[in-house]
Design a binder for this molecule. Structure first.
Ligand code: BGP
Length: 490
């Protein structure tokens, strides 16, 4: 068997990581607009004013501001997302290059603050709506289907301050209004929607990055925020279906595969519980429409009491997603034993796996993990699936011949495509694959440009220098062949 003819091959991006033009055409500030660049050793920081004084706090993806803080731009800091790769002014050129590779689908997100600059306006910002219309029309010109993430780590700053990072039920209404505006506006231009990027990151964050958060208050906030997002997502799904029966709406989970370190039953159980908390919890609510039995244990562990209404439960059940989508980069090891050799990266931070190779950022390359994940989830939810992020972040060098020979990236992607093929052979209904950062972009985790994922190189460095010129890498021509041959020519 091989990939079906109608398989959706493509690439993925997010507004805040590519667009730039952070204050153009009426756009408001989003949380990412006040996030500085980090590096391998230093985290990104959110800059804000507290009692009139400029302060900073680590700004990992999805993080919110401390209570009472007002986001602020520090003139002495560099904010990589302000210009990013300036997709806002280069989208025609970029989409043309995606079309040259033969993309069938292009995943992008909409910046909420282009549509509702503060988040609570009566009417949407026309210039923002027009921009995405132009982008979608450009995609259509080449027969590329847009896959739109409604919220990708770019909440309006104003709402985040006012409602403390989804700490208030009113956020549901704000989101639903925003999503409804999009569903109404882009009927006929967009078919595939994702409600929240890596919705489970709120929980992952508490046990990742070497974090071991134990404070019950943090968990209370995290689970409540997620509940509001689940309800917002479910209501959006219902509205989308009512507006256009052709709409396909998915969730989006950060897919990390956890393995137990030892056969010690305590490790096996700890591993299962980690899956439940970090991976299954969100997927179960969004794809099955109700809280799983183990939710009670998770809440009790941290003395969590949720504001859930009967209407919420009804909405969750009636607003189940049509497809399950996820990002996949790596696996991770779980143990209850004391260990020395720790590795970390993105949301995984754990024990080093001797069977796997690690990227410069400490991410374990594990294609079998992708097959494992696909098979577990398809069996659990029985709905079509899409891998909407996967790729290798690496430092690319321009060779003497002026080209970028990124064979390491080709190897990484080839192994993962083969893993997807094995899952398809095993019966998984996998309908698409969008590699992460199909064009170089600002890293979400570190804010670096030098952590590159693209088939297309963009001339811009970590300090904001460069011409922004685009250039195909070797992987560009390789991926074109892969798509042309329906995944046969790897
Ligand atoms: C995911 C995010 C993306 C993307 C990717 C790679 O968690 O959804 O936005 O950035 O990870 O991570 P990074 O940019 O940190 O390398």
């Amino acid at each position: 068997m091989s990939f079906p003819k109608n398989f959706l091959w493509g690439g993925a991006t997010a507004a805040n990581q590519i667009e730039g033009a952070y204050d153009e055409d009426g756009k408001g500030l989003s949380v990412t607009d006040i996030t500085t660049a980090g590096s391998l050793d230093a985290p990104r920081m959110l800059t804000y004013k507290l009692n009139g004084k400029l302060e900073k706090t680590p700004g990992i993806p999805g993080a919110g501001l401390p209570e009472g803080a007002v986001g602020a731009i520090d003139p002495n800091e560099y904010y990589p997302n302000h210009v990013a790769i300036d997709f806002y002014h280069h989208y025609k050129e970029d989409i043309k290059m995606f079309a040259e590779m033969g993309f069938k689908i292009f995943r992008l997100s909409i910046a909420w603050t282009r549509i509702f600059p503060k988040g609570d306006e009566e009417k949407p910002n026309q210039a923002g709506l027009d921009f995405y219309r132009r982008v979608f029309e450009e995609c259509k010109k080449y027969g590329i289907e847009p896959l739109v993430t409604i919220s990708h780590y770019e909440d309006p700053l104003y709402l985040s301050e006012k409602y403390h990072d989804w700490g208030d039920r009113k956020m549901i209404d704000m989101y639903v209004k925003y999503a409804t505006t999009l569903f109404e506006e882009y009927r006929g231009l967009v078919k595939y929607w994702l409600t929240f990027n890596e919705i489970n990151s709120t929980l992952l964050m508490l046990s990742a990055f070497g974090n071991n958060v134990t404070d019950d208050k943090v968990y209370q906030h995290a689970y409540q925020k997620l509940h509001y997002q689940f309800v917002a997502s479910a209501r959006a799904v219902k509205i989308a279906h009512a507006l256009d029966p052709n709409y396909v709406v998915g969730n989006m989970i950060c897919g990390i595969v956890d393995y137990p370190l030892t056969p010690d039953p305590k490790d096996i159980l700890a591993n299962r519980h980690m899956w439940e908390k970090n991976i299954f919890y969100c997927g179960d609510v969004q794809a099955k429409g109700k809280y799983p039995t183990y939710a009670k244990r998770l809440w009790n562990e941290h003395n969590v009491h949720l504001d859930i209404t009967e209407q919420d439960r009804k909405d969750l059940l009636e607003g189940k997603v049509d497809i399950y989508t996820f990002s996949y980069y790596m696996s991770n090891i779980i143990t209850t034993h004391e260990v020395k050799d720790k590795v970390g990266g993105n949301f995984a931070a754990g024990v080093k796996n001797p069977y796997l190779k690690y990227s410069e950022w400490g991410w374990a390359t594990d294609p079998d993990g992708l097959q494992y994940y696909l098979e577990v989830m398809y069996d659990r939810y029985d709905i079509p699936m899409m891998v909407v992020e996967n790729g290798l972040g690496a430092v690319d060098k321009i060779s003497d011949d002026g080209k970028i020979h990124d064979d390491y990236r080709i190897d990484y992607l080839r192994m993962h495509i083969k893993a997807m093929e094995r899952a398809i052979d095993d019966g998984v209904d996998l309908i698409g694959y969008t590699t992460w950062g199909c064009i170089d972009l600002v890293s979400a985790g570190t804010g670096q440009m030098s952590k590159r994922y693209g088939f297309i190189y963009v001339d811009r460095d970590d300090e904001g220098n460069g011409t922004l010129k685009r250039m195909p890498k070797d992987s560009f021509y390789w991926y074109k062949k892969v798509i042309e041959s329906d995944g046969k020519d790897l």
